[in-house]
Design a protein around this ligand. Sequence first.
Ligand code: ADE
Ligand code: ZN
Length: 337
Amino acid sequence: MADLDALIDALPKAELHLHLEGSLEPEQLMEFAARNGVDIPFRTLDEVRAAYSFSNLQDFLDIYYQGMSVLQTEADFHDLTDAYLQRVAADNVRHVEVFFDPQGHTGRGLPFEVPINGILKALDAAEEKYGITYRLIMCFLRHLPEDEAFETWKQAEPWLDRIHGIGLDSSEMGHPPSKFARIYEAARERGLKLVAHAGEEGPPAYVWEAVDGLKVDRIDHGNRSLEDEALVARIRDAGLTLTVCPLSNLSLCVVDDLKDHPMKRMLELGLKATVNSDDPAYFGGYVNQNFRETARAVGLTREHVITLAKNSFTGSFLSPDQQREHLAEIDRIAASH
Ligand code: ADE
Ligand code: ZN
């Protein structure tokens, strides 16, 4: 196990499923609340931590949206993003494709440019500062109506050359991907990459809709796809990557025990799964911890771990040449471990 942990630590990795707002650590929550004079219902770090116990996605989302209220200025978004990058540089993460939720901020009165300017400032500095490249994905909140997504799309117009893709997140049940088919079509016409959360809590039918209706380039989570053999074949044959988040799945009761996590089954079915942290400040671990705990719980082998690291680059939106460089480095590191 120690050998596998050392390999996990040493391998270069990409993280493809990370909500920047979900990297808000309890310490930062308190610090930003104090510096911005925002009232929060917690007085101590222990009280914050005690609130981070969830029985489903909605439980978490209620706390997650409340936590966001402390983010008020460009500097807050910069510092949040920079802290995440610094943290994952220590995990040997070399490339990130991160989500942000503009409607979580514009909905409480912040101008669209506040979050995106702060986030981009930190991301643009990351290659020189941490050796990390990036793509930025703007998510739409699926519990809100389609016309609000279009309003956000309009606000994003001046930044569309800095935004690489769109995503779909928030409360899945009752909000199928088809609700956003027209916004995905608009984004596709603009040449943006398309991803969507599907099959985290929602049924296989939602994953079918994401694949065939939204024509996504990648599926976020996708766990419940395994309930439908034809869907598994469709995802595998299309070579679609799943951005899987094991510790998130455990925290949100998508699985009752990490031992029941489908990661190994996904790999054995020939699905291109990857390991990601989702909202690491809330779910108890960054990417290497997700690798380590999953490897231990479901019995991943050294080959599985190497495949997962490779999948993180081949499933990314980096160019084929950039991907090849990372794959060659994985081979070099694997050969020395
Ligand atoms: N927003 C942040 N994390 C999320 C998740 N795991 N599912 C849906 N929406 C989210
Ligand atoms: Zn997510």
